[in-house]
Design a binder for this molecule. Sequence first.
Ligand code: NDP
Length: 243
Amino acid sequence: MTSQFKDKVIVVTGGTRGIGFATCSELADKGVVVYACARHDSFQSEISDRVIFHCLDVTDAASCEKLVQDVMAASGHIDGLVADAGITRDALTSKMTGEMFDEVIDVNLKGIFNIVKPVAEVMDQQGGGSIVTVSSIVGEQGNIGQANYAASKAGIIAMTRTWAKEFARKGKQIRVNSVAPGYTLTDMLKSVPPKLLDKFSGQTMLKRLGKPEEIAAAICFLLSDDASYITGTVLDVNGGMCL
Ligand code: NDP
């Protein structure tokens, strides 16, 4: 798989931490030029010099367009996009404010639309590319205290399937897939009580939580030519979990 990635250009939103960071590391190891985007230049640990940081808030559509222009000016092509940036603002619905709901939808759902739109335009002109969105098991099964997050992730799955149909019209080889992680050991789980994490790991067949590298491996597979006939799918990477 390594040689096919050499000198490809791939944009990863949320690339500084957790699943996005692990994805950037794996792609850089395979020879990809990676544009890692987030609001802060705060990589969780040292990263390859093939990874270029780009400051981006995915809720700002104009900044997403500018990022794509900048990458095109520097590299001339964009072969892949990982739309990974996401947040949680959990509460039972009775306690969830409208602001908490809107914030999650703005980042997780609209943010993906904002970045996919200009990247898909480039891929359309190129005639090909691979887009991987990061959804969640919660978007498929729902979860207590996560009405906002579940709605955003279910929406990502619906957009992914729509884009797989839409972008491949006229024979364009643009593939769009989603990876739906289960509970994965990143900063996102820092606010979850350890007791609840134990419960979640007990709900998996493998009796443990996921590692960011295990989610990154699935993302890299879908980006790769090994997945050249796979589009419109949601790949569950959750250790066999049922919520
Ligand atoms: P982390 O909290 O570890 O990392 C989130 C990343 O997104 C950071 O790089 C952060 O950087 C960036 N980010 C957050 N908001 C924005 C924004 N508005 N614009 C641009 N970048 C932003 O999260 P994970 O790695 O755990 O999660 C990654 C994805 O995986 C998310 O979509 C999440 O919903 C999904 N997921 C995670 C699971 C888990 O258990 N960890 C389970 C299922 C799905 P900065 O703050 O500097 O902007």
